[in-house]
Write a protein of this length. Structure first.
Lengths: 311, 307
């Protein structure tokens, strides 16, 4: 395993240009599905090394980076949750499932609000790089069992830990009953994923709305983050007149939950929530509506037709 | 490549933290902290005073702000040293104008290199916080206990000797610690440290040698981080510091006293074009009722019995 030759394409989806697609209709005649995905994560103090990626920049323990992330679980999550409560958003939690063991209080607060839990692996310091298929199946099983035990929920979604993936990952997620993946950024609408068995959807998540990318890679100020959330929303809302789209805001409470950042974010999601045509959904609800409305079958058929040259 | 079989073992997967340095605690569910005279905010200003040796090692990692050009790196050595010659005095002058007594986190070697700097800090009524020996001496788990202890002991001997202050506070270069650092700090008479970035309030840490307090120090509104890691402008720094203050001030009405920490670097905020932005920040914060500005040690002492 791991020694297979590299391939030039993921091979996980067919090309289907935006114009001419089957129309997506969301429940209640809403235009745009907006979902918020807080990454509630646990990074380990003394994690084992993975030959492909070393968890911390400094030798263990990397006290500064470790404690920075821990801020989210001591302080940041409460500010983020309060902002979401105020705007009427339930979270779809991208969960390092070991957090159920470490901080059940946080899990309970999310569950009490009707938030969904999807899996973001066991810890954010354990990557699937160099795993065998069986090892990767084992973390999927662990995630299902842990989330079921602590919340009663059956996992529907998956975001690979620290966005680490193997080429077979989607196949074994679908085989285990996962309904949607957040690991691909190729569309503003949910799209079928080509897997060996089952029906897997690629759910629009986002790199560019993700606070960790915005703050730390793009070096964007907190107030400008509020501005780009509004602009992303305004454009997608307008375009959803024709066919339903999806907007996701992926968050990290250790970042957006900092005192100098929370208000700009809170005001931006209040703005989104003030629009009648917004469907404040969870990932699971969007996946279910996508199937129930026939969009999954229609998109699959349209993609097959397009591939056959019927354009 | 393959992974060891124990890659799927999680020996520290249990309730609370995956180490025994402190207990988990929800900042919004704690007993409210009361500051002296009913203050809502304890303003904790910590100015870093640093020496970056020309031959500082790159391994195992460099502290932020480290020299980065081929040896001999004239530009960064001298730019950082600007803070010790001019910048720190510009900040001291502004703090004196405002009548503020604050903290200065100072590398131990400054005591022998620039005793006049330490004298000026002490004469201004400020508290000296130990900031390691120099910026090339980072603390990490590859150091033997004896070697790391020697760095800490030397640092404290120099700073205590030069100022006569007890020097009970610690900030590691680059906020880096090894597995042994908290024990060694306590062994050397340190009562509180500023390295951990996981809270806006003081909280108790656990060491084999006795208690140690973690004091908050903002990471992402630090002047150096905003200017040199995020490449954001001074007005953008000012805005973020004000926004941080506003939220903490608002929370203090419902959740008890908060700490507003303001980390500064003599070679960053001490620049001519930046110091008036610092004045703007101070004017804004001090324009609110219920702001208590104090050295970190006094804030720690006020918090100690309440956390």
């Amino acid at each position: 395993m791991g020694a297979e030759p590299m391939q030039s394409d993921l091979g996980l989806y067919d090309y289907l240009p935006w114009p001419g697609r089957p129309k997506i209709t969301w429940p209640g005649g809403k235009k745009l599905a907006v979902w918020i995905a807080p990454n509630i994560e646990f990074y380990e103090y003394d994690p084992p090394n993975n030959p492909t990626r070393t968890p911390w920049g400094r030798p263990n323990p990397d006290v500064l980076q470790y404690s920075h992330r821990d801020y989210g679980n001591r302080a940041g999550w409460q500010r983020m949750m309060a902002a979401m409560d105020r705007a009427g958003f339930r979270g779809s939690v991208s969960l390092n499932v070991a957090l159920c063991d470490h901080h059940p209080e946080i899990i309970r607060a999310c569950a009490d609000r009707g938030w969904e839990f999807f899996s973001h692996g066991i810890y954010n310091t354990r990557y699937v790089y160099n795993m065998t298929v069986d090892q990767e199946r084992e973390i999927i099983r662990d995630a299902f069992d842990t989330v079921r035990k602590h919340t009663g929920q059956e996992l529907a979604g998956w975001l690979s830990p620290a966005l680490s993936n193997n080429l077979w990952t989607m196949d074994i997620l679908a085989e285990a009953g996962i309904q949607y993946t957040c690991d691909m950024f190729h569309d503003d609408q949910p799209m079928p994923v080509k897997v060996r068995s089952g029906k897997l959807i690629s759910m629009p998540y986002s790199l560019e709305m993700n606070d960790v990318i915005v703050y730390n890679s793009q070096k964007v100020t907190p107030r400008h983050y509020g501005e780009i959330i509004r602009r992303q929303f305004d454009q997608l809302y307008k375009e959803s007149d024709d066919s339903g789209m999806v907007m996701c805001i992926p968050l990290h409470p250790y970042l957006v939950g900092q005192p100098h950042r929370i208000d700009a974010f809170a005001e931006a999601i209040d703005y989104i929530a003030s629009h009648d045509g917004v469907w404040q959904a969870t990932g699971r609800e969007i996946a279910e509506a996508y199937h129930a409305s026939g969009a999954y079958d229609a998109m699959t058929a349209a993609a097959a037709k397009h591939a056959q040259g019927d354009r | 490549m393959s992974l060891p079989e124990n890659y799927l073992d999680y020996p520290a997967r249990r309730y609370g933290m995956d180490h025994d340095r402190y207990d988990w605690s929800d900042m919004f569910a704690r007993k409210p902290i009361a500051w002296p005279n009913g203050a809502r905010i304890a303003l904790s200003i910590v100015t870093h005073v640093q020496h970056f040796p020309l031959d500082m090692p790159a391994k195992p990692f460099k502290a932020p702000g480290a020299l980065s050009m081929p040896y001999p790196d004239f530009r960064h050595f001298t730019n950082r040293d600007y803070g010790n010659r001019i910048g720190v005095f510009r900040i001291l002058r502004l703090l004196a104008e405002k009548g503020l007594r604050t903290s200065f986190a100072i590398n131990g070697c400054i005591a022998t290199r620039y005793p006049a700097l330490l004298d000026a800090v002490a004469a201004g009524g400020h508290e000296v916080v130990a900031h390691g020996l120099d910026m090339g001496k980072v603390h990490h788990s590859g150091l033997s206990v004896d070697d790391e202890n020697a760095i800490i002991a030397d640092t404290l001997r120099l700073l205590r000797g030069a100022t006569g202050q007890p020097v009970e506070g610690w900030l590691s270069p680059g906020r880096a610690q090894g597995f042994n650092t908290p024990e060694l700090l306590v062994r050397n008479g340190i009562r509180w440290n500023l390295d951990w970035a996981n809270d806006d309030l003081p909280y108790p840490m656990l060491t084999k040698g006795g208690p140690l307090l973690a004091m908050p120090l903002a990471y992402e509104t630090d002047d150096r981080v905003v200017a040199n890691e995020y490449f954001q402008s001074e007005p953008e720094w000012v805005q973020q510091v004000k926004d941080r203050f506003d939220v903490l001030y608002r929370e203090s009405a419902d959740y008890g006293g908060r700490v507003m920490s303001l980390p500064l670097h003599s070679w960053v905020s001490g620049m001519p074009y930046r110091v008036e932005y610092l004045r703007e920040v101070l004017d804004y914060i001090l324009g609110h009722d219920g702001v208590w500005t104090a050295p970190v040690g006094q804030i720690a002492a006020a918090a100690e019995s309440q956390v």
